[in-house]
Design a binder for this molecule. Sequence first.
Ligand code: GAR
Length: 199
Amino acid sequence: MQRIAIFASGNGSNAQRIIEYFQGHPKIQVTLVLCNNPDAFVIERARNMHIPSVIFTRHDLYHSNHLQDILSVQGIDFLVLAGFLWLIPNYLLQAYPSRIINIHPALLPNYGGKGMYGKRVHEAVIQSNDKESGISIHYVNEHYDDGQIIFQAKCPIEPGDTPESLANKVHDLEYRHYPEIIEKVIEPSADGASLMELR
Ligand code: GAR
């Protein structure tokens, strides 16, 4: 069994979708949710789905062994960021080489970087008059939204679209693709598709 920990900071709708997707999966399971915000709805979602969650502070993540100890004790193999807003520290990048992935709600390399998350991304895209947006799933490195892109999917931006309506279209793409891409990254040959085909 490959054990996933999901890092999330807020609502957690992607986290829920991912947990549901892997329920009953023969080779992959979500066993932990890690959250930096004690008020985040993702904690309630995890509780409702009987997945343990851990709330941690900046100090826990950046200045102690707390997180690494938890991940090690829980036997976590793979880290998935789903609406997680803090930078992943180097010790985790080294502990999980090519085993930490993130989703970004726009077509990177545009509209990424520090402070670009959630609604702010969609506001910037709408203001740009671009004709399309989408999602980017990428490996995590030491910079925000910068690691190698694994998969992108697009949606049109139509006249009258608002940051909210665009967010809904992007969420649909996220729910449809993120769990499957996670599965293919962890088990590349599960259905005969290689990661190269996804790029
Ligand atoms: C998602 O749209 C995700 O792509 C985005 O935050 C949202 C979280 O929604 N992540 C970023 O912007 C990271 N830069 P959710 O909590 O309902 O899954």
